[in-house]
Design a protein. Structure first.
Length: 550
């Protein structure tokens, strides 16, 4: 609850009412004088006005200012990129993509083996055998506790053994295994048919453990040095803040640190873990010799999904079983995942082109308009020109990606109907239709809709806060008026006291005046009574007195 509010609660038998009041004058201000309270209110208003200015900028940024030209450009870009997808991307042919992926990975395995000293002629089988011997890992056969007891299989242990996953978690699991001799498995319990974790202790090579520990210490030291250098560079750049913009400072720091960071990760990857995973990419050496489709390691995304499915709550959803079936029954290993990703990259080309067209034309148009308005390049507001982070560009991308999906869907429907004779009851028609859909474009359209809707919610929230702050500012204006009225009444009271004091002075002055008049009258009467006596005794005094009175 806001600190400015005061909470009240009334309890009347069955009815309980609780409410908050935003008072104009707070308890801490009651004992202050009017000037202090007035200054406190003005300080609050300055903070409110500053926040109102920020909200006005945010609301303007969250408002769609697109016009007919922007919409026309968005629709045109969507149509053009939809046609590019239709003629250059085409239908998803998994078999050819799978064969191509198998070929590329086999060539990669052979090339990697030769780079590490393999000189044999037995191509893939010999390369796999060479890499398995050159890059052994302690966890490779940990699922075989002994000859009689095993909780996984040759076919599935690449999925169940976390250290066989080509992910950061897989790398960490491999390092832990080589240092502490503990392998981690997430597998199907044969008794309960549920998934559970299992730790297996394995024998490790002391020399290998020593090398890994030394490498980790060296990496930690290098990371510490990078952090320290980055901090020093950042402090130095703060002194030049007026000369170097914040994005440029970040870019400089990135350029400074990137070679060292790359070296660190390369040192971690250039280990037995990486070499062993490469040997397992093409399946076992026996399956390679027979030319059959042996099981390789799970792909990056399948591994991540399997690791996610091992979490306590998600574990009960049945997701581990689905992933297990994908890997074991559908043989969806790294090679097949790579085939899907290659086609996704191909589908992403028209989506990226659409993105570039819309953002580029938005930037150019608004830059020209801003230059005409401001005249001077130094006066340009780049926040109004940048082609990201505002509702207008989001709306344009929503329209362009929606148009792209519409054109792509229409093309898929027409081509599938033509190839299958227009028979909508033919399952192959619908299969071909789905295989022609650009799912990357559909995903981009969904993201654009989400971003646009999110900005709409943010705008309404900002508008509600703006209304609240304006009302609060108005209430503070009323409070200032009350304090001003208080000052007027204080001044009026002081004036009344002054008039009363003046009245008393005037009354005393008139009394004094009349008393003096009466005193003079008495003295004149005494003078009249004694004038004859004065004349007889001192005639000259009479003459001087008359002269003085004249």
């Amino acid at each position: 609850m806001n600190n400015d509010f005061v909470n009240f609660k009334t309890d009347n038998e069955d009815l309980v009412v609780e409410f908050d009041i935003n008072p104009l004058i707070f308890e801490s201000e009651k004992n202050h004088n009017s000037n202090d309270a007035f200054s406190s209110i003005e300080q609050k208003q300055r903070a409110i006005n500053s926040r109102i200015e920020e909200l006005n900028i945010d609301i303007d940024n969250l408002t769609n200012h697109a016009d007919g030209f922007d919409y026309t450009l968005a629709v045109s870009s969507g149509i053009i990129c939809g046609l590019i997808d239709s003629f250059f991307v085409g239908k998803y042919d998994f078999e050819s993509l799978k064969n191509e992926s198998y070929k590329k990975i086999n060539i990669f395995i052979e090339k990697y083996a030769k780079q590490n000293g393999y000189t044999g002629d037995d191509r893939l089988k010999g390369a796999i055998n060479f890499l398995e011997n050159k890059f052994p890992v302690s966890n490779d056969s940990a699922y075989k506790i002994n000859k009689l007891e095993r909780f996984s299989s040759d076919r599935l242990h690449h999925l169940h053994d976390i250290a066989h996953h080509p992910t950061p978690i897989g790398l960490v699991a491999s390092i832990i295994c080589e240092i502490f001799g503990t392998a981690f498995f997430f597998f199907t319990d044969s008794k309960t048919q549920g998934f559970k974790w299992k730790k297996v202790m394995v024998d490790i090579d002391p020399e290998k453990r020593k090398k890994i520990i030394i490498k980790l210490i060296a990496v930690s030291v290098i990371i510490g040095i990078i952090t320290w250098l980055t901090y020093i560079a950042n402090q130095k750049m703060k002194e030049c803040q007026l000369k170097i913009s914040k994005p440029l400072r970040k870019l400089v720091l990135l350029v400074i640190s990137s070679p060292i960071v790359i070296t660190i990760f390369k040192s971690l990857l250039e280990s037995d873990w990486r070499g062993h995973l490469i040997s397992d990419m093409g399946g076992s050496k026996n399956s390679a010799a027979k030319g059959n489709d042996g099981m390789g390691i799970p792909g990056f995304f399948l591994s991540l999904l399997y690791e996610l499915s091992s979490l306590p709550i998600i574990r009960e959803t049945g997701l581990p079983t689905i992933i297990n079936n994908w890997y074991s029954k559908d043989k969806f290993d790294l090679r097949k995942e790579n085939a899907v990703l290659n086609f996704a990259k191909k589908q992403a080309i028209p989506v990226i082109i659409n993105e570039v067209i819309v953002r580029t034309f938005y930037f150019i148009r608004h830059l020209v308009e801003e230059k005409k308005l401001k005249k001077d390049w130094n006066m340009i507001d780049w926040n109004k020109v940048k082609p990201w982070g505002n509702r207008t560009i989001n709306r344009m991308l929503t329209i362009s990606s929606g148009t792209f999906v519409a054109v792509d869907t229409l093309d898929a429907a027409v081509r599938s109907a033509i190839e299958n004779g227009g028979n909508i009851h033919n399952p192959k028609l619908w299969t071909d239709f789905v295989l022609r859909i650009n799912f990357v474009g559909v995903g981009r359209f969904a993201i654009a809709i989400y971003s646009d809707a999110k900005m709409g919610v943010q705008k309404r929230t900002a508008q509600q806060e703006l209304i609240f702050l304006k009302n609060k500012s108005l209430m503070l204006d009323n409070a200032k008026l009350f304090y001003m009225q208080e000052g007027v009444w204080i001044a009026a009271q002081d004036t009344a006291l002054a008039i009363e004091h003046l009245y008393k002075i005037a009354t005393n002055s008139i009394t004094f005046f009349f008393e003096k008049i009466l005193s003079l009258d008495q003295e004149w009467k005494q003078l009249e009574e004694n004038i004859s006596t004065i004349s007889e005794n001192d005639p000259e005094f009479k003459t001087k007195l008359l002269t003085l009175l004249n």
